[in-house]
Design a protein around this ligand. Structure first.
Ligand code: ADP
Length: 565
């Protein structure tokens, strides 16, 4: 009857009833003490993992367990059934021997919460946490005949709590870092909090081009990081398969064999695999990094473990991004402050320069008039002086206008006016100043626009002055005006040096001048403000300005303005 009950208690019950116990020190099942058999009848169907260790000598106690317990045995089940405990758990026999001796010799129960055991369950040696209890089983004479072991695995909960703590400590350690240098200085300590879960952790910084990785921090090694791992050129076949990880931007598991890594915590084995994980930088200018962690071979990379190493990478990424964006914001604020200062200086300096310039110009004109009849040679010199004053006045006016734009105070006096007439007068004036001909192509009828006449003339004058300034004296300059749909388009064309393709997007920027450009026609180099100013004026009139240019063939600057309704 008893044997029947045991045989019907799950897969392990059937196994127990099949085993030839007569060949073991316990003898046939039917001869086991009735109290032991009664205990088995209760323990085998239980959903709690239970194992009975039986025998007069704890060193040779044989294990009998229920279905729920077999998970704790892994690949050792079913061979473990009926085997001596020391053969079932040689990897943790020290602990079992101590516990069983307590039960057998002192007749005392032994209990422990979340005990760490190194167990081999088929995935190499694993770090397993169990809440375990052993209580004595006595035979009918009252002598200890075995121990009832209840073992509940708590690995998941223990590791989850430990990893949470490690991540919290890592984040807290990195919090004070204000600069990237701080970050990398603090990092070895911060990474050390993860060392119960990973063998080692390295963080590499990538260069801006993403072609080299430089080791900036490491934790977990008992010796120096091998030379070959300190500076890595990202190319096929490089260490950690880093070139692939950078290209695919995804975590990769790589082998660590042959890298000569000597880890501090070698108790739980040696690293066999590492996870290489990209760590994104914060701002577009911020450098990216790469995290390499040595996986504990004692533990399979299950979902929780994978999620943990990815979270380590994410925490680093967030901390780095924070530092980089803070730095970018500081740089931006400094640039804004500097630019404001420059605008202020421009405004004040140009304003202060204009008054003495006007005074000089008036006096030169007076003296010139008087000298014309007395000393014609000196009068000519004065004329040159007067032209220099005109140029300076133009520069000062440009500077004043630019500072007005920066302050958002470029006021337009808009009236209905004729763009054809503005072209004619600006063309005549610039041609006279440059002492060079101008080829004019204008429509026969007036072209009406609603605009600030002076400012519009200023744009045309700027474009013409540049065309004369940058082309050789014998080259033609052309000014044309045409109507196209609802717009009027003005174009100034020259056969000067042209503008290199890479400079084209910048010619309308403030203070931009094409590198290496030289003035052809005895004029002066400017401040790089004329086109910026022209663009601001045109756009304030709801128009567009653009340039087409080819090196060696010349340039065509055009702008459009809406025709008056
Ligand atoms: P600048 O006062 O230096 O002439 P601009 O804003 O008028 O400043 O022009 C910006 C730059 O664009 C110039 O320094 C010059 O390098 C280039 N540029 C402007 N117009 C021409 C042109 N017609 N041909 C060649 N380069 C030109």
């Amino acid at each position: 009857m008893t044997t029947d009950l045991i045989a019907r208690s799950g897969a392990t019950g059937a196994l127990i009833s099949r085993l030839e116990w007569g060949k073991t020190p316990l003898g046939p099942l039917s001869g086991w003490p009735p109290r032991v058999r009664a205990l088995l009848e209760t323990a085998l169907p239980s959903g709690i993992p239970l194992c009975v260790l039986l025998g007069a000598d704890p060193a040779r106690a044989q294990v009998v367990y229920n279905d729920a317990f077999s998970a704790l045995l892994g690949h050792k089940h079913p061979a473990a059934m009926g085997r001596p405990a020391r053969e079932v758990w040689p990897e943790s026999w020290d602990f079992f021997e101590w516990a069983l001796r307590q039960v057998w010799h002192a007749g005392q129960p032994v209990t422990g919460k979340d005990l760490m055991l190194h167990l081999d369950r088929g995935n190499d040696i694993e770090e397993v946490y169990v809440s375990i209890s052993f209580s004595p089983i006595r035979d009918d004479q009252g002598s200890v005949y075995g121990a009832l072991m209840c073992g509940i695995e708590t690995t998941g909960a223990v590791l989850a709590a430990r990893r949470e703590r490690a991540l919290r400590l890592l984040t807290e350690a990195l919090r004070p870092a204000k600069t990237e240098d701080d970050f990398y200085r603090i990092l070895p300590k911060a990474l050390s909090y993860t060392l119960r879960d990973v063998f080692f952790a390295f963080l590499y910084e990538l260069d801006p081009a993403g072609t080299r990785a430089t080791l900036r921090a490491s934790a977990g090694l008992a010796a120096e990081v091998p030379e070959a791992l300190r500076e890595i050129a990202l190319a096929p076949g490089c260490p950690w398969e880093m070139a692939c990880v950078a290209r695919e931007n995804e975590m990769r598991l790589v082998s660590t064999s042959g890298l000569g890594l000597c880890v501090m915590n070698a108790l739980a084995g040696t690293p066999k695999r590492a996870a290489v994980i990209p760590v994104a930088g914060g701002s577009p200018s911020g450098r990216a990094a790469m995290l390499v962690v040595g996986l504990r071979s004692a533990r399979a990379l299950d979902d929780d473990y994978g999620a943990f190493v990815l979270r380590v990478a994410r925490e680093l990424s967030v901390a780095l991004a924070d530092i980089q964006s803070r730095r970018a914001a500081e740089l931006h604020a400094a640039a804004v402050a500097e630019s404001r200062l420059k605008d202020m200086f421009l405004g004040i300096a140009s304003h202060e320069l204009r008054t003495p310039l006007t005074c000089m110009k008036l006096n030169v004109q007076l003296v010139h008039r008087e000298l014309l009849s007395l000393e014609p040679r000196l009068a000519e010199r004065l004329e040159r002086l007067s032209r220099s004053i005109d140029r300076m006045t133009r520069l000062v006016n440009e500077m004043l206008s630019v500072s007005a734009i920066a302050a958002g105070k470029l006021a337009l006096k808009e009236t209905y006016c004729d763009l054809r007439a503005i072209c004619t007068s600006a063309g005549a004036e610039q041609s006279l100043v440059a002492r060079r001909p101008l080829s004019l192509h204008l429509p026969e009828q007036p072209v009406h626009i609603l605009a600030d006449e002076d400012r519009t003339g200023e744009v045309i004058a700027n474009l013409l002055a540049n065309a004369y300034k940058y082309s050789a004296p014998e080259e033609p300059v052309e000014l044309s005006l045409e109507e196209s749909g609802a717009e009027a388009i003005v174009t100034v064309r020259d056969r000067g040096p042209g503008i290199p393709r890479e400079s084209l997007p910048h010619v309308f920027d403030r203070f931009y001048r094409v590198p290496g450009v030289s003035v052809r026609a005895g004029s002066y180099l400017g401040l790089g403000l004329g086109l910026y100013l022209s663009k601001a004026i045109v756009e304030q009139h709801h128009g567009r300005i653009w340039v087409e240019s080819e090196v060696g063939r010349g340039s065509a600057f055009s702008f459009s303005m809406p025709l008056a309704a």
